[in-house]
Design a protein around this ligand. Structure first.
Ligand code: SAM
Length: 209
């Protein structure tokens, strides 16, 4: 089992209880750099894996494959944590590592523990209250949308489909006993709870899935 553990924005007091428990109880902990290693240090020994920033795709692919093989080798027989700054599903090294592991080692189970991301850290530190729709970009095309307070999910999904979105997830009361996650459009309900989110995505025309 491989667990991507969000370590938060870099402050040792901003790890979650679940992150700390997971680091303490994992058989092996990997991190992508020194900052993450320092956050992990009070709870576990860890090994830094090198993810150099290069645009050479041959070099990159070889390094991703090498790191995936190392992590998968341990994750096959025990619990491996991979700790990283922020959140493991938000513009993260872990998402790419997961894809490569899934491709070459499909037998490895992968899960993640959310961490405080740079977006909410930014809001906290700058006293900016984000209380209306906004865009996040890393320079690539905007292809996904998140709708909060999805009380009328089916109506929202139909309207997003008219805008060209073609993949949808409806998520309600996440991490609670009543959690509901629906990934098929035909099962999206008419009514939703206040604590609900719709995620919609447009397929990348240039990408072969
Ligand atoms: C590859 S992304 C990683 C995002 C991270 N997984 C998260 O959840 O925030 C790296 C970018 O996140 C932003 N970032 C991450 N941590 C930050 C921090 N503590 N302060 C400001 N920006 C940060 C910067 O824009 C940085 O270039």
């Amino acid at each position: 089992m491989l667990i991507g553990v969000g370590l938060g924005p870099g402050n040792p007091q901003l790890l979650t209880l679940k992150a700390v428990e997971t680091l303490k109880h994992s058989d092996m902990v990997y991190v992508p750099g020194r900052l993450a290693a320092d956050l992990v240090a009070p709870y576990a020994n860890c090994e830094i894996l090198d993810f150099p920033m290069t645009k050479n795709s041959d070099v990159l692919n070889a390094i991703w494959k090498k790191n995936a093989d190392i992590v998968a080798g341990h994750a096959r027989s025990g619990t491996v944590a991979f700790g990283l700054i922020g959140d493991p599903n938000f513009f993260s090294t872990f998402s790419h590592l997961s894809r490569v592991i899934h491709e070459y080692h499909p037998d490895i189970g992968i899960t993640t523990i959310p961490g405080i991301s740079s977006i909410t850290s930014f809001a906290a530190r700058t006293k900016v209250a984000i209380d209306s729709s906004f865009e996040v970009s890393d320079g690539t095309c905007v292809r996904s949308k998140i709708i909060l307070k999805a009380r009328r999910p089916l109506e929202i999904v139909n309207s997003l489909a008219d805008e060209g979105y073609d993949e949808f997830i409806f998520a309600e009361k996440l991490f609670s006993d009543e959690e509901k996650i629906i990934k098929t459009r035909e099962n999206i309900p008419e009514k939703g709870d206040y604590f609900s989110i719709i995620y919609a995505k447009k397929r990348d025309p240039g990408r072969i899935e």
